[in-house]
Design a binder for this molecule. Structure first.
Ligand code: GSH
Length: 214
């Protein structure tokens, strides 16, 4: 398999974690998102994904965009270890935690949105950083409450094994720290991430462990 991605892209980080959890060998196609390279807007990349976003997974004749679609594809084609519980109500709970990150936090803070706030909307770095922190804080506040109420094991977002929700929280926590958002109030989320980051599948997927890190 081939994964188009960038070391610091948190959506790519999710896909790397899932590939590692499933013990699937893959080759990275480095897609440097930084200006002036902006490889995601090059015609060769747009031919692969017209959205101009990473990650993209290529598995034989299949080209799959969107990190959640990629992760569910991997979970369906490589069922062990499962990333979703068996019971429908529990699957829904795990998906809800993951979607709270993937739909309600991350899209507001991705690079193209931050760039648009700067140009053409004219916001300065302080305003853009405030925007970034606002959406993470809102999302983390709700997630902390949901995970805490459920009285989990303090090592996972849901239950006592790694799920899709865990695959999503670690890259989002990385983003929060990278942008110096105060994560002190989210003791449960921090404890979950501290445990998950020690697992080899997560550690090998970390941005600083990638060949293109720098
Ligand atoms: N919903 C998409 C989001 C993908 C996304 O936002 N990717 C970012 C990196 S984390 C990207 O490619 N940004 C390039 C840009 O904004 O120009 C997914 O989950 O795959």
């Amino acid at each position: 398999m081939k994964l188009y991605g960038y070391f610091r892209s948190s959506a790519t980080y999710r896909a790397r974690i899932a590939l590692n959890l499933k013990d699937i060998a893959y080759q990275t196609v480095v897609t440097d998102l930084r200006a002036p390279v902006s490889a995601q807007r090059a015609p060769q990349f747009l031919a692969v994904n017209p959205e101009g976003l990473v990650p993209v997974l290529v598995d034989g004749e299949h080209t799959i965009t969107q990190s959640l679609a990629i992760i569910e594809y991997l979970d369906e084609t490589h069922p062990e270890p499962p990333l979703l519980p068996r019971a429908p109500a529990e699957r829904a709970q795990v998906r809800a935690l993951a979607l709270a990150i993937a739909c309600d936090v991350h899209p507001l803070n991705n690079q193209q949105v931050l760039n648009y706030l700067r140009t053409p909307l004219g916001h300065d770095d302080a305003a853009v950083n405030g925007w970034y922190a606002h959406w993470i804080t809102r999302g983390f506040h709700a997630l902390e409450e949901q995970v805490r109420r459920r009285g989990g094991d303090g090592r996972h977002m849901f239950g006592a094994t790694v799920t899709l929700a865990d695959v999503l929280i670690v890259p989002q926590m990385y983003n929060a720290r990278r942008f110096k958002v105060d994560v002190a109030p989210y003791a449960t989320l921090r404890s979950v991430c501290a445990h998950l980051e020690t697992l080899p599948a997560f550690a090998r997927a970390a941005p600083e462990a990638q060949a293109d890190a720098g």
